[in-house]
Write a protein that binds this ligand. Structure first.
Ligand code: G3P
Length: 227
């Protein structure tokens, strides 16, 4: 399977009602049309319950929000990677702040995903966790200080040092690794700053999902990536 392109904007729909059920398909199609129109790479991570239908509806990369370190079979209520692959996911977030995982499970899953051709974006909350997770050699790490998630001030403004230092630490440990940042990212200026700090793009949610006009916001974000 093809690796996720860089630079990239990843939109995490979380479980927001504005981006669930039929809304998840509508928002994914807006992301797809902005990607086509601007040439900017945009990936979406819809609610787990909408993964298959979204993957069937759009041509941009569709990611799982999470995978459990279990095998498909007698694992009721879990999310095996075999299932998300069968749904059409091209990659997965792991260890999101809202879905923390044990390091041993992340390690195992990064390896299993690699073997299955599924790209991995491992979320981290500080430099120490960025260091530890980069050593597992996922495709990307995504630095997101939890206290800034869902807020109005972008991590690139509130704490540019954690972004810059994460980029430095991650690339020192694993030279080819992609680095994203997220939390409070809202506009093209935030994206441009993220790139200036050395990242390969952003991981964001509320700035798009809760926007009155998501298409307008996405066009602005895409502009920031093209600067
Ligand atoms: O995964 C994205 C994330 O946690 C950031 O959320 O709403 O601050 O863009 P938000």
């Amino acid at each position: 399977m093809k690796a996720l392109p860089r630079p990239i904007i990843v939109v995490n729909f979380k479980t927001y009602p504005e981006a669930s059920g039929p809304n998840s398909i509508a928002l994914s199609k807006i992301c797809e049309s902005v990607a086509e129109e601007t040439g900017v790479e945009i990936a979406v991570a819809p609610p787990m319950t909408d993964l298959a239908v979204v993957a069937q509806s759009v041509g941009i990369p569709v990611l799982s929000q999470h995978v459990d370190d279990v095998k498909a079979g007698g694992t009721t209520g879990h999310v095996p990677l075999e299932s998300v692959t069968a749904c059409g996911a091209k990659g997965t977030l792991l260890n999101h702040s809202e879905r923390r995982m044990r390091i041993a499970d992340i390690e195992n899953l990064v390896c299993r995903c690699r073997n299955a051709g599924l790209s991995t974006i491992v979320c981290t909350n500080d430099i120490g966790v960025t260091r530890a997770c980069s050593a597992l050699e996922p495709d990307f790490v995504a630095i997101e200080p939890p206290e800034l998630i869902g807020g109005d001030i972008s991590v690139t403004t509130a704490n540019p040092a954690v972004v810059k230092d994460s980029v430095g630490v991650a690339r020192k440990i694993c030279s080819g690794i992609g680095v994203l940042c997220g939390a409070g990212v809202k506009n093209g200026g935030d994206v441009a700053k993220a790139l200036e700090l050395g990242t390969d793009g952003v991981l964001l949610a509320s700035g798009v999902v809760k926007a009155g006009d998501p298409r307008k916001v996405l066009l602005d974000l895409a502009d920031g990536l093209r600067c």
